[in-house]
Design a protein around this ligand. Sequence first.
Ligand code: CMP
Length: 145
Amino acid sequence: MQKITEKTLVMVKPDAVVKGFVGKVLTYFEDQGLKIVAAKMVHLSKEEAKKFYYVHQQRPFYESLTEFMSSAPILAVVLEGENAISRVREIMGATNPKEAKPGTIRSSLAENVERNAVHGSDSPESAAYEIPFFFNQLELCSYNL
Ligand code: CMP
């Protein structure tokens, strides 16, 4: 696979935040050499959650998902690294924890398909929407690991 340096948006979701799993979730990514270049704790309103997940507005789980995502704070994080978008998705595991490979975040820490501990951008187009949703240019740091 061609190596490209990418940024991707991760959210530690409310279920993981209230269980005290923030540090654990970040460790999965840091241990794989992904660099945290921005981080912010935010309690989304229902409207903000709906705006973030607008691509799912026709899905039957949209109401419940956005209710859950606004029920407690999330930690929004930008990770940077080679092929960061696909690597983060591998480290997270399948959306449904029942289908997630052992050793992935969702296999270890998620409750169910909705309360699945973590979100990661699914494409460069999603990352281009999701990163500026939370962070401006000044908030994205640049440094060498
Ligand atoms: P995420 O990676 O944040 O992207 C969309 C979210 O919708 C997903 O994780 C889950 O939290 C939620 N989701 C996806 N499929 C379902 C489903 N079948 N039922 C309930 N929630 C879902």
